[in-house]
Design a protein around this ligand. Sequence first.
Ligand code: ATP
Ligand code: MG
Length: 320
Amino acid sequence: MSEPFIRVEHVKKYFDAGNKKCVKALDDVSLEVYRGEILGIVGESGCGKSTLGRCIMRLTDITEGKIIVDGKDIFSLNSKDMKEMRRKSQMVFQNPYSSFNPKHTIGRSLTEVAKLFGMTNEEAKADISNLLELISLDESVLSRRPGELSGGQLQRLAIARALITKPVFILADEPVSALDVSVQAQILNLIFDLKQQFDQTMMFISHDLPVVEHICDRIVVMYLGAIMEMGSTDDIFSDTRHPYTKALIASKPRSAPDEPVPVVELKGDLPNAMEMPEGCRFHTRCPHCIPGKCDAAAPLLKEVSPGHFCACYYRQEKNL
Ligand SMILES: Nc1ncnc2c1ncn2[C@@H]1O[C@H](COP(=O)(O)OP(=O)(O)OP(=O)(O)O)[C@@H](O)[C@H]1O
Ligand SMILES: [Mg+2]
């Protein structure tokens, strides 16, 4: 595999919740994003996906650990390196309507980014014209305002805007979850094209495992601030190890009414983030919980086959 562009090393991000309590949004998370790959981050609401993204983009500080981007620790950059990091790493957000200034035309919003990163008017014009072709939108969108465009069109434009600075890395946080299912497929295809054409490095955050299946090279499954399983998309879907990943896959929405209902169901609700269960954080909902073990100490993330990691005593004991 190629050199990692991003290295997240034992990162903790705790939020103070008052009353001497804290939310462990990230609790010792380590992972790599390799050049040219799309890494999917999945897990239920509140498991820390966006927090991980925000830490990687240095939009927030971290409690402990290190984040190395392109060989440099992002929390000790000088202002020149910081500007270069902002150019190299771009973001696409969930809601395309709130990611553009509603009062500005699309042309103005795109040109502003180009100029911020040192392009002349001519360069910006040529670049934007190429990008519009890439996202299959007509130049006429440049004179429109966000309110006059559809969510799908705006999300294409948000992707185009992210590409203006020729980033090495794009973080897409739930980029399709606010869109209609039919439009979701178009955006996913566009993202897939970027990877095919430009070898674009990306992190794709989603609560929906099936959404990431077709575009991601590797997938990280998170639960309450920690990684439960991580591996190639094929490992995750064809050699699923963690009971939580199994449950996520089984909860895949049925595409036809006569498709069988998923067999694995999770007991109970997601625990309160401020009261993390002792031991394995998933044990309170796990169908395979081993009393005295899973509720006593957290299992380590172990490599179960090359590049495939899982944190689960049941799997380790049964050697499944
Ligand atoms: N600024 C903050 N202050 C306090 N707690 C926060 C803050 N940001 C996030 N959290 C908490 O950290 C945990 C992780 O939140 P995060 O937004 O990263 O989850 P997520 O996986 O992105 O969820 P979703 O799928 O709903 O977007 C949650 O318990 C959340 O309430
Ligand atoms: Mg989120």
